[in-house]
Design a binder for this molecule. Structure first.
Ligand code: MGD
Ligand code: MGD
Ligand code: SF4
Ligand code: MO
Length: 760
């Protein structure tokens, strides 16, 4: 997108300047959009409180300045892992707490309108509807759709209530749209989810392989940390693989603008080069690695033969690269002292998301870029608590807490025992994943659902049938605002407490758990999602199962539960979390400092005397998979000659319900538009500001266009924060067959001009 677009207030260029110009605390040089603090004076500050930003998976530690019952200042926490750096959204958190139009009353829809009701009335109605759906149509006729922005105690409670109480695995949430491919990828390769390393690896890496990640806009403090590392060591190389020329790509040493949907060819060609040049250590492979084609164990020779279909010469054309570019990147990756891969949605939101994750992990295993400081695969997390809250608690339809699987009988029995429910209570079949859950609402298989802390009527792909489905079932929506796209379909609306209006734990990208303490009271009658869920459990007759009453009691139950797994964080007492800037699991005892790097010396689960042990697998061996390239369903054609890809901008958070209400952020991004490359625009006779229609086989929408040299030829880009511009009506809902994560990044579209800017 253009940095030059000015919208009256803080233009994107001005944000950039602020980012580079603010004097950093603690001697940090700022090279991007990360900020330590913009001084926005909101009156005197009496006290400072340690907290965590509510938005993204970077999980920045912040200090909240208060005066009485008001948040007056926000600054980055110098003692936290982000060393005082936060981004523009974090900086505006004080504004978030002061927004006036919060939801304050529970409501029931009557004659098409949401009308005020008491908590008792709404909760009785929900209980009656859920009970009658379960009685008449069985437990799989109800569902819970949650969020990676809820607290651990909240997701843990919902998951336990639905799976061990109601007996349905229809528990899913927005991390399905985001992290599912990474979670399955790690689990298949290492036997357990979550990354081996963490952010500290940034300070040791010499090669950064950023693929499908716009780190500069989406994880700005991590980008700052990369820049600091580069300044301190001239050998550091940054490689960025992204079809678009994002700010991340512009600042990288090497940018590979691949054709959307083709990365498997690149990763396999890199593996081919590593094998051909013998940039591997045979002893390491023999001791720690197994090869598999997904069905059976194969030999290294089988792997080498498989890779012959992916020589740089064979694949470069489809990738839109030259063979030399691929060879160079393979060399940098394998030969650097330490390579750190970081990836996000460009890889996860793909119909080959799991294969891509497997293969990235494989590249690290093959070239032994793992299990030493700076060398690791590190999937960056999207939301503040997608890892801790949803992946680790097992709050998706196919998993159970702490790395267990629904489909595995032993795992089910372990969880049943820990939760004190009879054997056989947890249903053996995985429940509905996000895309199929909304399809099941549309087919009227799901009769009643609770949607909490997420806005699927704007964020799901192929939106039209999703919205129809929402209207067909009895829908409960809990949100902090009532004006969301999803709340338009609610039969019952529940006003929720926001962020520091409640207490609980967040777990971010690097297995770090951090406590958020309650600093404010929620407005009006709003209640925490935790209190809503505990009340619901009691009314449904599961007061014995959900016996705790406070988030702290829930945490203590879950903390002890974790001791029976490789996630063990029993040592993370509430008292410790109140004091410390988060702790990384495993952390089995109260005197354990937490674990920076897994599967190597220092990890409490690695046996004494061993340097490396991939203990997630029964034979202690991680797996290199032979994963073929399968082209996306979204193939270009004469009628759909361009790729639409979607993603984020620095100022806005997802569906914009929070950030778009904060004037400086909203002005910074401006309204939602399509972005087009200058050459494509010229070829189609389109000018900046014209209205264009973008159509796919799912739908078409009309919006203004912005011409930008951040886009590459053949690619249209749009973000999804503007409810007046529902780009997801056009986005394909193809998904990965295993992770079920939708392919938001690849849709074949046609583009045509509708109205000239002069006529608008
Ligand atoms: N400012 C801001 N920051 C955020 C968020 C936010 O809403 N706003 N949300 C958070 C969340 S939940 C998430 S999941 C993360 C997402 O963080 P990112 O994944 O970094 O963000 P995206 O913009 O979704 O996508 C990243 C890049 O993938 C590229 N891409 C598209 N197709 C392909 C492809 O085929 N191959 C490759 N290699 N790349 C491709 C896009 O061009 C885009 O630049 O951000 C988190 N941080
Ligand atoms: N086109 C396109 N679509 C995408 C993506 C993409 O890259 N492209 N990315 C996908 C990804 S990775 C993600 S993570 C999703 C995100 O999609 P969503 O989760 O749907 O988006 P959010 O705006 O984060 O929704 C959070 C909602 O919770 C509310 N809220 C905030 N705090 C609380 C609270 O404490 N309690 C309750 N009950 N409500 C609260 C907010 O007001 C908001 O309505 O979008 C997905 N959709
Ligand atoms: S949005 Fe993410 S990067 Fe920005 S301050 Fe919050 S946690 Fe940090
Ligand atoms: Mo996400």
């Amino acid at each position: 997108m253009s940095e030059n677009s000015s919208n009256g207030g803080l233009s994107r260029r001005r944000f950039l300047k602020l980012g580079t110009g603010v004097t950093a605390v603690g001697g940090m040089a700022l090279g991007g959009w990360g900020l330590t603090e913009i001084i926005v004076d909101k009156g005197p500050t009496r006290s400072w409180h340690k907290s965590v930003c509510r938005y993204c998976g970077t999980g920045c530690g912040i200090m909240v300045g208060m005066h009485g019952k008001k948040v007056t200042r926000i600054r980055g926490d110098l003692e936290a892992h982000n060393k005082g750096v936060i981004c523009i959204k974090g900086n505006m958190l004080a504004e978030l707490t002061q927004l006036q139009n919060r939801a304050t009353k529970p409501k029931i829809r009557k004659n098409g309108k949401l009308e005020e009701a008491s908590w008792n009335e709404v909760m009785s109605l929900i209980t009656e509807k859920f009970k009658s759906a379960i009685d008449q149509h069985g437990p799989n006729s109800v569902a819970y759709y949650g969020s990676g922005q809820l607290l651990i105690e909240e997701s843990y409670t919902a998951n336990k209530l639905f799976k061990a109480g109601f007996g349905t695995n229809n528990v899913d949430g927005n991390p399905r749209l985001c992290m599912a491919s990474a979670a399955v990828g790690y689990t298949q390769t290492f036997g357990k989810d979550e990354p081996p390393g963490g952010y500290d690896d940034i300070d040791h890496a010499e090669c950064f392989f950023l693929i499908g990640s716009n780190t500069y806009e989406c994880h700005p403090p991590l980008w700052e940390r990369i820049m600091i590392r580069k300044k301190s060591n001239p050998n550091v190389k940054i490689i960025c693989v992204d079809p678009r020329k994002t700010m991340t790509a512009k600042k990288a040493d090497i940018h590979l603008p691949v054709v959307p949907g083709t990365d498997m060819l690149l990763l396999n060609a890199m593996a081919y080069e590593i094998v051909r040049n013998e940039w591997y250590d045979p002893e390491f492979l023999v001791e720690h690695i197994k090869f598999s084609d997904g069905k059976r164990t194969v030999t290294f020779e089988d792997y080498a033969k498989f890779l012959e279909d992916y020589t740089p010469q064979k694949v470069a054309g489809t990738l839109g690269l030259t063979p030399r570019q691929i060879e160079e990147v393979a060399y940098e990756f394998a030969s650097s002292k330490a390579t750190l891969s970081m990836w996000t949605m460009g890889i996860n939101q793909r119909s080959q998301g799991v294969f891509l994750n497997n293969t990235l992990n494989s590249l690290h295993l093959l070239s032994q870029q793992i299990c030493r400081p700076g060398a690791s695969p590190l999937s960056l997390t999207g939301q503040s608590n997608a890892c801790g809250g949803v992946r680790d608690t097992g709050s998706l339809s196919h998993i159970l807490p702490n790395g267990r699987l629904v489909a595995n009988e032993k795992h089910r029995n372990e969880v049943e025992e820990l939760w004190g429910v009879p054997k056989g209570t947890i249903a053996p079949k995985p429940g509905l994943d996000a895309v199929n859950l909304f399809r099941a609402m549309n087919d009227e298989r799901v009769k009643a659902a609770i949607i909490m802390c997420t806005n699927p009527a704007q964020s799901m792909p192929n939106l039209k049938p999703v919205k129809e489905g929402l209207d067909k079932c009895f829908l409960v929506v809990a949100d902090v605002f009532e004006d969301t796209e999803t709340a338009k379909h609610a039969d019952v609306f529940l006003p929720a407490a926001l962020w520091i209006e409640k207490e609980g734990v967040y777990g971010q990208s690097e297995r770090r758990y951090q406590l958020i303490e309650k600093l404010l009271d929620p407005p009006g009658e709003a209640k925490s999602d935790f209190d809503i869920l505990v009340d619901f459990a009691n009314r449904m007759g599961y007061g014995n199962l959900i016996a705790y009453k406070t988030p702290e009691e829930a945490w203590d139950e879950y903390r002890k539960f974790s001791a029976a797994s490789y996630y063990n964080f029993e040592g993370m007492t509430r008292a410790r979390l109140r004091k410390e800037r988060g702790l990384q699991w495993p952390c089995p005892t109260e005197d354990h400092p937490g674990t920076e790097r897994r599967y190597m010396k220092g990890d409490p689960f690695v046996k004494a005397g061993k340097d490396i042990q991939f203990y997630g697998k029964p034979d202690d061996k991680a797996i290199i998979f032979l994963r073929p390239y399968i082209p996306s369903n979204e193939q270009l054609s004469e009628s759909s000659p361009m790729h639409l890809t979607t993603g984020r901008v620095v100022e806005q958070w997802h569906t914009g319900t929070m950030t778009d209400k904060i004037p400086s952020l909203s002005k910074g991004s401006g309204p939602g538009v399509f972005y087009l490359n200058p050459q494509d625009a010229q070829n189609m006779g389109i000018k900046d500001g014209d209205k264009i229609e973008v159509s796919s086989r799912y739908g078409s929408i009309i919006a203004k266009v912005k011409i930008s040299d951040h886009e590459t030829k053949g690619v249209v880009f749009a973000s999804f924060y503007d409810p007046k511009f529902l780009v997801n009506e056009v986005v394909a809902d193809n998904f990965d067959p295993v992770s079920k994560e939708p392919e938001y990044k690849v849709t074949a579209v046609s583009v045509k001009k509708v109205v000239e800017v002069e006529k608008l």
